[in-house]
Design a protein. Structure first.
Lengths: 136, 563
């Protein structure tokens, strides 16, 4: 994540289980179709995000390959890719310090209002550090 | 107005005696009066006879003179003869021509027309009497010489045939009436005196007789009756008393018979007293029994009414049942016919259903084929959708690469965006098509399911129809039996209705009879109550009679022994 002011971010928007998320497109190495593959480096987004035990339906699952910068790969199955769009950093709102502690554990570092919705910004690298320390 | 026997007897006796005395008095008075009148008549006759003798004597004397004298001398002598105050003689011939008269104006004139105020032709009458009898008397009225008053006069005339003369003289007899009137007064006074004496004697005798009668009535009639009355006044229903018998006449007999009847009444009242007591006790028992019977009869009547009402309801219900059973019979017959018709219709229906089933099967095959082809279309759409998704994915990857490329990849990014939009629109279209196909498939599935279900239902219906036909055929016999049974039930119900109607009529008769009986009991009860009151009144009346030491007891005991 680029942290400098006036920096514009290219965000990939998707939704899982009715919740809208966005990730920096720079973290995404590629997008592929999910055809039922199972692998050690392939995770369901909702599991990674720790959805509250509820089963989530994926309508159009796709696999995003996250740039890890290391040997191991990290792929996440997401759903309903919507768009790739550019936003200003000023459009993004950070979580309050009280919640930031808990949200960063899941890689969520901010909120972007878009089209009347709250889009949660996910940092997969942080997420990997938090929950997949074995992936480097 | 109360008139005692004494007064009646005295009155009757007085009346009788007075009547007798009055009759006798009247007769006596009439005798006395008639004797008086006879005396007066005799007196009158005597006076008149004297007058007649007097004038006859004068005429005899004159005739003696005439016979001794020549005619002329005799005429003069007669003319001058006078007697008394106004007495004179005259001579007229048989032609009524005056020959000699103290009034010379009358001599030589025809005096045939000489008439008194009463119309008596005086000389004509005298002449007639002398012609018929030779002499006689004639009465007429004539005025007294020197006076204008007319007075009664009697004339004696004698015919002297030798000279063809009639010599006559008259005398006024008005003094006779005076003398007779005087004598009449005397006689009248004598008669009045006699009458008064007679009345006085009669009254005296009447009073004496009344006194005697009064004594006798007191002694023999009123006295005994008053004695009896005195006893009866103090009767006070004491049947032991007796009236005194003091005479041997009707009153005594009356008293004797009264005593005897009182004695008999004494016995009768004694018997009646005993009977009344028994009657009173029996009436009380009867009244009590009638009360019980009345209550029972009332209950019976109400029970009969209830039974009658119940039977009427039963009859009504039976009638309704009869009607309904008749209706059931009719419906059973109709049901039988309908069942037979139904069996035939169901059989026809079964054939039709079979045809429908075959038709549905054919349609089902077509629908299944349609569903299969829809699925094939869906597969194609899936392929297109996959291609669109892959295209979209490629567009996303292109956008990522364009973003990684920075400025150099901007135009590529635009292309990638357009491709993504195209892919989105393809996906959207395919999604719509897929949706439609899905809807079609859903409709087909539903139709297939419905058709299969309908086929199953038709199969089942066909089975049911076949089963129903067989059941209907079986039920025809049952319906026939049911119809027969319904007819039997209807007949039985009608008979039951008739029987219940007869029972109702009989109950009504019983009810009426019970009502009559109840009314009779009420009347009897009423009569019994009246009888009890009457027996009580009778007992009260009987106790008013004294028949012994204790009123009614002695007599009652005797009567009870007798009974």
């Amino acid at each position: 994540m680029s942290g400098e002011d006036d920096i514009r971010l290219e965000l990939l928007f998707f939704s899982v289980g009715g919740v809208h998320f966005a990730v920096d497109s720079g973290q995404v190495a590629g997008i592929a179709t999910y055809d039922g593959e199972q692998a050690d480096d392939l995770f369901w987004f909702h599991e990674e995000m720790g959805y509250d035990g509820n089963s989530v339906s994926y309508h159009s699952p796709n696999i995003v390959t996250i740039r890890t910068g290391g040997v191991s790969s990290y792929r996440v199955i997401i759903d309903s890719m919507e768009d790739i769009a550019e936003f200003s950093q000023n459009d993004i709102r950070l979580f309050p310090p009280l919640l930031e502690v808990f949200s960063l554990r899941r890689g969520m570092w901010g909120v972007l209002p878009r089209h009347g919705r709250m889009v949660l910004l996910v940092d997969f690298k942080r997420l990997i550090r938090e929950i997949r320390p074995d992936i480097n | 107005m109360l008139i005692s026997i004494r007064k009646k007897v005295l009155g009757l006796t007085f009346l009788c005696i007075f009547s007798i005395a009055a009759v006798i008095s009247v007769i006596s008075i009439m005798n006395i009066v008639s004797r008086g009148e006879e005396r007066i008549a005799a007196y009158r006759a005597t006076l008149l006879s004297e007058k007649k003798q007097q004038i006859k004597g004068f005429v005899d004397m004159a005739v003696g003179v005439l016979e001794k004298m020549p005619a002329e001398d005799a005429r003069k002598a007669i003319k001058n003869m006078r007697y008394g105050q106004n007495g004179y003689l005259w001579i007229h011939d048989f032609n009524n021509i005056m020959v000699s008269h103290p009034d010379p104006r009358l001599e030589g004139k025809d005096q045939s027309d000489l008439r008194d105020p009463n119309g008596i032709y005086i000389l004509q009458e005298i002449t007639k009497v002398c012609r018929d009898k030779g002499e006689g008397y004639v009465n007429y009225v004539w005025k007294v010489p020197g006076q204008e008053e007319m007075k009664p006069k009697i004339t004696f005339a004698r015919a002297i045939p030798s000279r063809n003369w009639i010599i006559a003289t008259g005398i006024y007899v008005d003094d006779i009436d005076v003398l007779v009137a005087k004598e009449h007064g005397i006689i009248k006074r004598e008669v009045s005196s006699s009458i008064l004496q007679y009345i006085a004697v009669s009254l005296t005798v009447l009073v004496l007789i009344q006194i005697v009668v009064f004594f006798l009535v007191n002694r023999f009639i009123a006295g005994p009756i008053e004695a009896i009355t005195g006893v009866l006044k103090n009767f006070n229903n004491d049947l032991t008393i007796t009236v005194p018998v003091t005479t041997a006449d009707e009153v005594g007999e009356f008293a004797r018979w009264f005593n005897e009847h009182i004695g008999r009444l004494h016995q009768i009242i004694g018997k009646v007293s005993g009977i009344t007591e028994k009657l009173h006790s029996h009436v009380g028992a009867i009244a009590s029994s009638m009360d019980h019977q009345s209550g029972f009869s009332t209950q019976l009547s109400s029970s009969v009414v209830e039974i009658s009402s119940t039977m009427e309801e039963f009859t009504s219900t039976a009638s309704q049942i009869a009607q309904h059973s008749q209706g059931v019979v009719e419906r059973a017959d109709k049901t039988l016919d309908d069942t037979k018709n139904g069996a035939a219709e169901v059989e026809n229906l079964s054939f039709k259903v079979n045809d429908i089933s075959l038709n549905i099967q054919a349609n089902l095959s077509e629908i299944v084929e349609l569903g299969r082809k829809s699925k094939e279309i869906n597969k194609v759409m899936e392929i297109i959708n996959n291609i669109a998704n892959q295209t979209k994915l490629i567009a996303f990857n292109a956008a990522l690469e364009a973003a990684s490329a920075g400025e150099a990849g901007k135009r590529f990014g635009v292309v990638a965006v357009e491709i993504r939009r195209l892919a989105d629109s393809v996906v959207e279209s395919t999604g719509e098509i897929e949706g439609k196909i899905t809807e079609i498939l859903d409709s087909v599935n539903r139709l297939v399911m419905s058709s299969e279900k309908s086929f199953q239902l038709i199969q089942e219906g066909q089975e049911y129809a076949s089963h129903t036909v067989s059941m209907l055929i079986e039920s025809v016999d049952g319906v026939e039996e049911t119809a027969d049974a319904a007819r039997q039930i209807s007949l039985s119900t009608q008979q039951q209705q008739i029987a219940s109607s007869q029972v109702v009529l009989a109950l009504k008769d019983i009810e009426q009879g019970v009502r009559f009986a109840t009314d009779s009991i009420y009347q009897t009860n009423s009569a019994t109550n009246e009888l009890a009151e009457l027996s009580e009144q009778l007992r009260t009346l009987v106790t008013t009679f004294k028949i012994g030491k204790a009123d009614g007891e002695q007599g009652t005991a005797a009567i009870q022994e007798t009974l």
